[in-house]
Design a protein around this ligand. Structure first.
Ligand code: NG6
Ligand code: CA
Length: 516
């Protein structure tokens, strides 16, 4: 169209502005290692989570909402790219000095929204790598490629996890509070500098850790990996929940006329669970429950702020978690001892690292006050579907080179349809399982799961694989594959349709999958 006059241009700009303004803000609140049964609205008993419960009461609570994988990196990768993580062999638990594993040439959900008029932000955990694969990263300069190169206008994040060095915050690609005369160096193979580690100075530790978590001591906690320098920049775990919350609120308050997309990924309740003293003792579960209480409090504060800005009504909030629960995960913090009758995975078997339902079936709450009617949904939905669903929401086609595994689930997401996906793919440590209707299938290969404190149990899964009926046997206790050969064939076909090589499973757990 030819713009003939200035006033016509003004009208056009106004129209464009108006239609942008009508688009909802989108916030993903992404818990870490929070299980299906942890929040009180999902039956949790060990800690009260009034703010999450209230969000659920005013929105939709999904009973079959899944993350794509039972560990962090692949799960987050899938959410952001709309692609199953097992398609990228780098998408496994990453060390803190791993290069970026997302190809910037393929738009993530953030890049897609940014390119369609959203201002975008990452606040919290990243764990998808930083820097280029072919050159060593200098932590003391501009750290890139990273969140910005894959679509986040603003970023305030840690590199990987709180239990992995470097234990610093990075804002827009630069370590916050770094003194250039005390440069940061990081290594995952050998000790750098001469700072105390969990092995050399166990007397300095506030919480005892396993060998893997016995690297450099930062803030009285030994981490995975070694770092030196950056003393003025090191974070205090106790303040992490508040720090991320404040940055998220700051981003919302600095919003312009554009709608915003905020990927808010607090650390709670990942290890180390070292929580601010005002939350200590707020649950019967010890630090793990206190971390959940802190998470819940942050959700409440964020919503309060959204209400104060007048944005709450037109904000689509999705609250979920990146993988199932785990009690002991490297630090003797009392989580296992104090768990009592609380069921972090709800009625489901297993948790983090496993393909049992508890590994990937997540708390999954969707709220949009101006649009969504409160209720409960039984639709099957995966976080990998958010990409295509957001594309539908903003009425823009998905980029041709991204989001291939993402299905448009917008009607289910908004509660306008009870129908979700035909099937769900559940990944753990590079191996997959499938669910269709009430049927759950684990293909032949091996089943790896966390055993006692440090052990990994491996069980051979023989032909024809394991089949469970979740409505009769939610705990996945009785393999009925032999009685239902036709179901087995159907489930194998489903797995072959997404990943032919996975239909037979892998014989051995790839140690690398654990980031060890
Ligand atoms: C594992 C760590 C665990 C945790 C996990 C990542 C060991 C023995 N275990 O390898 O403590 O850091 O990686 O968690 O090192 S996630 O939620 O980011 O996937
Ligand atoms: Ca996690």
């Amino acid at each position: 169209m030819k713009v003939k006059s200035l006033s016509m241009l003004a009208v056009l700009l106004l129209q464009a502005g108006l239609s942008l303004a009508e688009k909802p803000n989108i916030i993903i609140i992404y818990g870490d290692d929070i299980g299906y049964g942890d929040f009180s609205c999902y039956g949790g008993t060990g800690v009260q989570t009034p703010n999450v419960d209230k969000l659920a009461q005013g929105g939709l609570r999904f009973l079959s909402g899944y993350c794509a994988a039972a560990t962090c990196t692949p799960s987050r990768y899938s959410l952001l790219t709309g692609e199953y993580a097992f398609r990228n062999n780098k998408a496994k638990i990453l060390p803190g000095n791993a290069p970026l594993i997302i190809d910037p040439a393929r738009p993530t959900i953030a890049a897609f929204l940014r390119d369609n008029g959203y201002s975008t932000a990452l606040v919290g955990k990243w764990h998808l790598g930083l820097g280029a694969a072919d050159e060593p990263l200098d932590w003391n300069g501009l750290i890139k490629p990273g969140p910005k190169e894959v679509g986040f206008d603003y970023s305030f994040n840690m590199a990987a996890t709180a239990d992995r060095v470097p234990s610093v915050y990075i804002e827009n690609g630069r370590i916050v509070g770094l003194d250039s005369s005390d440069p940061v160096r990081v290594d995952y193979k050998k000790i750098v500098g001469n700072e105390p580690t969990g092995i050399s100075h166990p007397q300095l530790l506030s919480v005892q850790a396993d060998t893997q978590h016995s690297g450099t001591i930062v803030n009285g906690i030994s981490r995975i990996g070694f770092m030196t320098g950056g003393n003025t920049a090191r974070f205090r775990d106790e303040d992490m929940a508040d720090t991320y919350l404040n940055k998220a609120i700051e981003f919302i308050n600095k919003r312009n006329e554009k709608p915003f997309f905020l990927y808010y990924a607090p650390n709670e309740c990942h290890v180390p669970r070292v929580i601010h003293k005002r939350f200590q003792g707020s649950s019967s579960l010890g630090p793990r429950g206190d971390a959940l209480a802190a998470f819940d409090w942050c959700v409440g504060r964020l919503i309060k702020e959204l209400k104060a800005t007048g944005e709450y009504g037109n904000t689509l909030i999705i609250l979920s978690s990146d993988n199932g629960p785990v009690l002991f995960d490297g630090y003797w913090d009392g989580a296992a001892e104090k768990n009592g009758a609380h069921q972090p995975g709800g009625p489901w078997r297993g948790g983090k690292y496993s393909r049992w339902e508890g590994g990937t079936r997540m708390p999954f709450i969707v709220s949009w006050p101006e649009r969504i009617k409160p209720g409960i949904s039984e639709a099957l939905i995966s976080q990998v579907d958010l990409y295509a669903s957001f594309a539908e929401l903003i009425e823009q086609p998905m980029p041709a080179n991204a989001g291939a595994d993402s299905e448009n689930m917008l009607p289910a997401l908004l509660g306008e349809s009870a129908e979700g996906r035909e099937f769900i793919i559940e990944e753990a440590l590079g191996q997959i399982a499938a669910r269709k209707g009430n049927w759950k299938y684990i293909p032949p290969g091996s089943m790896t799961e966390r055993g006692g404190i440090k052990d990994w149990n491996k069980t051979a899964v023989k032909e024809p694989g394991w089949l469970f009926n979740l409505s009769e046997d939610p705990g996945e206790t009785t393999n009925i594959a032999a009685r239902h050969p036709e179901k087995v064939t159907e489930m194998k076909r489903i797995i072959s349709s997404v990943a032919p090589e996975k239909a037979v499973g892998r014989k051995q757990l790839d140690k690398n999958q654990l980031g060890l």
